[in-house]
Write a protein that binds this ligand. Structure first.
Ligand code: SF4
Length: 362
């Protein structure tokens, strides 16, 4: 598999999770509960932890939310980031309540005197600030009002760079950057250009990507396209629905690129008129019985299981996988690490594959 050369960045920590440098690309999500409702928020974050979420962000919309942060932090196991807009006092309260990171929006917290206080408190607690530019809330600069023409990506970059300069002017470098647009092309364009302009780690995401069906595709193209170019250090899939879907999608994007692995990879043919066994049922049953186990032959790559419906592409895929099945008429050949080992009947296929998987994986 092609190895992706990652962009060199500074390394920043959110709690115990390293972002950038050589750290693995981490997965984030955002709670969708009212942050002031501590029980509901902790419950949702715990469910996300079980799904594989590594950093969680919560919306801090008022002082009730800000004051709930210490209790939320005490109830969860992953780093907590406060998402702040409009009111710098909420950032100060969030820091006092022990959050592991802040997201500030240059579009609505920009007064120097206020920012200076937030930076001073963040530095004292050694927590990072994400400069989180969003296409929906880019502050309109004087020059734009005066008619200067730039692309949306360029305005987003300008907004981030101006903010970064202020933070750097305050001797603060514990920075993560995001440049999210609901448009995939603008998102990709923004991050690509920004990659050449600073060495801070990037939080990737396509914002407001929509309902799950659409959001998964937009995120896979936007986030995946950037990761393929070595750009991106932590990711958040944004979708209108259960945040567990965000985490699942992020994991699938990372695994598809070979950046991380979380579950066995099932290679299965789409079936056609040649198929003479129930490939769909067999693939689903194998996946279910593997139950997201982190199976691997070497501890570094996911186990690859091929389930193929006929002898056209079946033997080739089955041989290339760690374990494979090339089916024929109501029976099929099992392959392990490239060698054909025996023939099995259709009703034995799932059990035989599972038996061999349990024998060879670590
Ligand atoms: Fe059809 Fe065979 Fe290809 Fe499956 S592997 S889609 S059965 S030709």
């Amino acid at each position: 598999m092609m190895v992706i050369k990652r962009r060199k960045t500074r390394q920043v920590r959110i709690g115990a999770v390293k972002i950038g440098g050589n750290a693995p690309v981490s997965i984030q999500s955002m709670a969708k509960t009212d942050t002031a409702d501590v029980d509901a928020t902790v419950r949702q974050i715990k469910a996300l932890e079980r799904e594989g979420c590594e950093i969680i962000r919560v919306a801090v919309k008022d002082m009730f939310s800000a004051r709930a942060l210490s209790k939320i932090k005490a109830g969860i196991n992953i780093p907590l980031v406060a998402d702040i807009h409009f009111h710098f006092q909420l950032a100060l309260e969030a820091i006092a309540r022990g959050v592991d990171g802040l997201r500030l929006n240059p579009g609505n917290i920009y007064r120097y005197r206020e920012l200076k206080q937030v930076v001073k408190a963040a530095r004292k607690r050694k927590i990072p600030i994400r400069v989180g530019v969003n296409s929906g809330s880019v502050r309109e600069p004087e020059s734009r009002r005066a008619g200067e023409s730039k692309s949306q990506a360029d305005w987003m970059i300008k907004s981030a760079l101006d903010y970064i300069r202020i933070l750097e002017g305050l001797d603060f470098y514990n920075i993560i950057v995001s440049l999210k647009s609901s448009d995939v092309m603008v998102t990709v364009d923004s991050y690509r250009k920004m990659a050449g302009l600073c060495n801070y780690p990037f939080h990737l995401g396509v914002t407001a990507a929509g309902l799950p069906e659409q959001a998964r595709i937009k995120s896979a193209i936007g986030i995946g396209g950037l990761l393929l170019r070595g750009i991106g250090d932590t990711v958040r899939v944004s979708l209108t629905g259960n945040p567990r879907e965000e985490v699942k999608t992020a994991r699938q994007i990372l695994q598809s690129l070979g950046a991380r692995y979380f579950e066995p990879e099932i290679i299965a043919c789409p079936t056609c008129g040649r198929t003479q066994v129930d490939v769909v049922k067999i693939a689903q049953e194998v996946k279910k019985r593997l139950n997201n186990r982190q199976c691997s032959l070497n501890g570094k790559k996911p186990l690859r299981v091929a389930i193929m419906g006929c002898m056209v592409n079946g033997p080739g895929e089955a041989r290339d996988a760690d374990i494979g099945l090339a089916a024929g008429k109501k029976s099929g050949a099992v392959f392990i690490k490239g060698k054909r080992i025996r023939r099995v009947r259709e009703e034995e296929m799932v059990d035989e594959l599972l038996k061999e998987i349990n024998r060879i994986v670590i």
